[in-house]
Design a protein around this ligand. Structure first.
Ligand code: HEM
Length: 406
């Protein structure tokens, strides 16, 4: 070991200050003026490897007392918590970008990139359950009871992800009593735990990604008209009416083909009824008939904007908005698959018994996968989109970059 090296082999602060950090160079070490200067980090210091490896002791606080199966259980959960940490950072970034008024066009690619990263992480999280599935039911049962009443239901970060995305309290499935998801985060004596504080802080931390994106969609120019412009409501309504007429024509074509293939009059009548229902539902959706009167104009404009962006996505000014919309759908799809995959893993591990957190177990988890949709409008628009050739011609194409068509 040279005089400049410390016990663990890294270079000392003095050696860096003296310029001996880079052999043959008298240049100041990079970052020498920074607060962190004076240290050339090693892999183990930078990543705090020793600290990290000392955190798998479970309830006993001593890894030596745990079976390989239990250490696997601990490590897999910890890895998930780290992925959730990254998800929260990226979602906050995307939320902050989309929460600007206006959102600068050149920043949409940044938002799309953050959302894409979240989607990738969630995809990875879903496949990661395979590692957990190497734990057999019997091996899990060996240590499962000592976990009671601890459960993934107490993962504060997962709750933060839901809050940040915009899952509303009244949509939540409770474990038998109202507000149970927050109650589960309290300490045993009912006092607020760090997990509870963490979620409370997130709830108070401004608006969700859904709200930010809704605001941006609401302001989207439709046929070159923005909210506040003279006659905006009429312009938006004309777009919706033209689109519904196009959709009607498309459905008539498809229905005609389907009816020709039908086996008998009864099936033909059923098909007609089903397709007609689709037409009525598209209209009700676009006019936001399902929301309270006071919210209808805003919700209707948001839905029209989604339809507009998806329909004219080739136009330069709409290409990045469409990418953002698409990444949100991809992200939510990955989240739903993550929930479904977790439920299938749980079914394989413990069958349909009660969860350690006290829920109905797999039934509860399947319900969350089915019902927790935060970006429902983004999905619903897909039901009514039509082929590019059938989209109403856009006279204002130049406003969005170049003339639409061809
Ligand atoms: C043997 C492995 C596992 C079993 C048997 C299991 C079982 C369960 C059950 C039954 C629930 C419902 C709540 C309850 O009553 O406890 C639950 C919730 C949850 N688990 Fe797991 N789990 C396992 C592994 C994991 C892993 C590796 C993660 C990774 C983060 C995880 C994350 C969660 C989360 C976030 C919830 C809350 C879901 C919600 O309320 O929407 N679980 N788990």
């Amino acid at each position: 070991m040279s005089e400049d090296e410390t016990m663990d082999g890294s270079l000392s602060a003095e050696s860096i200050a003296a310029g001996s950090g880079a052999p043959g160079s008298d240049a100041k070490a990079p970052g020498a003026d920074d607060p962190g200067a004076g240290r050339i980090p090693s892999y183990w210091e930078y990543l705090r490897v020793e600290e990290l490896l000392s955190l798998q002791g479970g309830v006993e606080g001593d890894e030596a007392q745990l079976s390989d199966h239990e250490v696997l259980f601990v490590v897999v959960h910890q890895v998930y918590e780290l992925w959730f940490k990254l998800v929260l950072r990226e979602l906050s970034t995307a939320r902050d970008l989309m929460n600007q008024d206006p959102v600068p066009d050149q920043q949409l690619s940044g938002a799309a990139a953050a959302l894409r990263r979240v989607r990738e992480i969630l995809d990875h999280c879903a496949s990661h359950f395979r590692v957990m599935e190497t734990l057999s039911t019997r091996d899990f049962l060996d240590f499962r009871d000592k976990l009671l009443p601890a459960s993934g239901f107490q993962s504060a970060q997962l709750r933060e992800v839901e809050v940040l995305l915009g899952l509303e309290d009244d949509k939540r499935i409770h474990l038998g009593w109202e507000g149970s998801y927050m109650a589960a985060l309290k300490s045993h004596d009912g006092s607020p735990s760090p997990a509870y504080e963490r979620v409370m802080k997130r709830r108070a931390d401004g608006i969700s990604l859904r709200e930010a994106v809704d605001g941006w969609l609401y302001r989207t120019p439709i046929r070159a008209s923005s909210p506040g412009d003279d006659g905006d409501a009429e312009v938006v309504r004309a777009f919706v009416d033209d689109f519904l007429a196009a959709q009607r024509d498309e459905i008539d074509i498809t229905l005609g083909l389907a009816a020709n293939q039908a086996r008998g009059d009864q099936e033909r009548a059923q098909l007609r009824e089903r397709y007609e229902k689709g037409v009525a539902e598209a209209r009700a959706f676009l006019l936001a008939e399902d929301v309270a009167d006071a919210e209808q104009p805003r919700r209707a404009r948001i839905r029209a904007a989604l339809l507009f962006i998806e329909s004219y996505r080739e136009l330069p000014l709409l290409a990045w908005p469409r990418e953002v919309v698409d990444q949100i759908v991809a992200l939510e799809q990955a989240f739903v698959i993550f929930r479904q995959r977790h439920a299938r893993m749980v079914e394989r591990e413990i069958g349909r018994r009660v969860g350690t957190g006290g829920s109905a177990g797999v039934d509860y988890l399947d319900e969350t996968a089915l019902r927790y949709r935060i970006f429902g409008d983004f999905w619903a628009v897909r039901t009514i989109l039509v082929r590019k050739e059938a989209v109403p011609t856009l006279a204002e194409g130049e406003f969005y970059g170049f003339r639409f068509g061809g």
